[in-house]
Design a protein around this ligand. Structure first.
Ligand code: PLP
Length: 467
């Protein structure tokens, strides 16, 4: 499979190239040159397969030319072996036509594990083939750092350094990062805030000699490999609900638009998804766009669902590219104007065609708590503050008789304060994390100073040489 940039000015790459590059050199996002297509009979043949086998079959055409199906299957088995549910992504019925697709049974209790656990193995494989070593550096406000660390821990030819603001993450978040026992993981507690951490990471990437010396890399959310790894669970769930003979809808708690874009990709591959419901919190740029063609940037406000607190959804560019008929020049111009003015101009007919498939839904914090209480009361289903917005969106969408798959993106135990406010008690951590508070923490403290951080990263890279 070849990959093209949405902005048309970067070299075409194969899957391995896209995996290592992340963002395209022209600032665009990589997309497959054409969507692989499964006939209805081929889709049906996937029904009943265990999750890792189905995943390998769905992802194989994207990796073709870089990674063979047998190797991919092996990696899928290893990636999803760390999930604590035999179904990997179980489907739980919540109402007559409403199903929670639980994507949070991985090591960090959130859906990022679905893609990142596999991406860790993909990196290891491709790097070994090329005889390369990369050092991943990243910053976290607490929420996403652990998924990246768990993805890369103990993978060969990769180190990972994650900067977190000391004292400014929750204890669960910090412990999920600092208790990972792997000698290729460096946690740095920075004396500063999240912006300081992010600025330090940007400064390391901007320091060209350091970047080259360390072969710096990132596992960012715009990597197409992550999108590819998020397609299989929609197929798995829809087949269980009667697809391809029966149409389904999906409702997805959305931030960067990666998860719902993967659902749309599943449709391009032949899965009959009739409607895509984009669920957001008060940071509602996508709902405003879908309701009134108003894609204008506003300041991000913190909410009870922090992983959806975004000002701009970077993966939306991929959908735009498709609905502009894959016109890379027009996509590049639209994105440049958007960046310049803070408002995206989408022609009325293009917007209407997007609206035929997508609709928006939003809940503020008070409504989010009320919905957690309501689903608990009416269906004995305890949803976290992200997942519950998708569930409410699915319940209220008015698609009569059509099953709605609502992506459940985090385990309620990850957000105990919100759950306590909504239903009066704190959910326990699941058994595989129940000893989190007893595990040994390993991290290094550092000032918010580029020199100090670069020295730590370099010494860590050379740790075996010095030993
Ligand atoms: C990342 C995340 C989201 C948003 O997913 P996108 O792919 O960025 O739209 C939703 N919920 C949770 C819990 C997440 O971690």
């Amino acid at each position: 499979m070849r990959y093209v940039s949405t902005r048309g000015q970067a070299p075409e790459l194969d899957f391995a190239g896209v995996l290592l590059a992340g963002l395209a050199a022209d600032g665009g996002l990589y997309m497959p040159a054409a969507w692989p297509r499964f006939s209805a009979a081929e889709m049906k043949a996937l029904r009943g397969l265990p999750y890792p086998e189905l995943a390998a079959k769905i992802i194989a055409p994207f990796a073709a030319g870089s990674i063979g199906e047998a190797e991919l299957l092996e990696m899928c088995h290893r990636a999803y072996a760390g999930f604590v549910h035999k179904a990997t992504t179980p489907l739980v019925q919540v109402d007559t036509n409403l199903y929670a697709l639980e994507l949070f049974h991985g090591p960090t209790l959130a859906f990022k594990d679905m893609a990142l656990q596999l991406v860790g193995h993909l990196f290891e494989h491709v790097l070994a083939e090329r005889g390369e070593t990369v050092r991943i550096v990243g910053a976290t406000s607490g929420d996403t750092g652990s998924a990246a660390i768990e993805a890369v821990a103990n993978r060969k030819n990769i180190d990972i350094t994650i900067l977190h603001p000391e004292g400014k993450t929750s204890e669960v978040q910090r412990r999920q990062m600092t208790t990972v026992q792997a000698d290729n993981v460096l946690n740095i507690a920075v004396a500063g805030n999240f912006d300081d951490c992010q600025d330090l990471v940007k400064a390391m990437f901007a320091d060209t000699p350091f970047r080259a010396e360390m072969n710096l890399s990132a596992v960012n959310s715009i990597n197409f490999a992550r999108i590819a790894a998020q397609i299989p669970y929609y197929v798995y769930a829809a087949l269980n609900l009667g697809a391809p003979e029966r149409e389904v809808a999906v409702a997805v708690p959305t931030g960067n638009f990666g998860n719902i874009l993967a659902a749309w990709a599943a449709k391009q591959m032949g899965l009959p998804i009739a409607k895509f419901i984009v669920a957001s919190n008060r940071n509602d740029i996508l709902s405003r766009f879908l309701d009134a063609n108003d894609m204008s940037v506003k300041a991000v406000e913190p909410s009870l669902s922090p992983s959806m607190d975004i000002g701009v959804s970077s993966n939306f560019e991929r959908l735009l590219f498709e609905f502009l008929g894959r016109d890379a020049g027009l996509t590049a111009k639209t994105m440049a104007d958007f960046r310049g003015t803070g408002k995206m101009v989408v022609a009325e007919p293009v917007w209407q065609s997007i609206r035929q498939q997508f609709r928006g839904y939003r809940l503020d914090d008070a409504a989010t708590l009320a919905e957690i209480a309501r689903f608990w009361k009416e269906s004995a289903y305890l949803a976290d503050p992200h997942s519950v917005i998708g569930l409410a969106a699915g319940r209220d969408c008015g698609l009569v008789g059509m099953p709605v798959i609502a992506a459940a993106t985090a385990h309620p135990a990850k957000f105990p304060d919100a759950i306590e406010k909504a239903v009066g008690s704190r959910p326990p951590l699941p058994p595989h994390l129940s000893d989190l508070y007893d595990r040994k923490e390993i991290f290094t403290r550092a000032p918010a100073d580029l020199n100090a951080i670069e020295t730590l990263v370099r010494n860590f890279a050379n740790r075996n040489r010095n030993a």
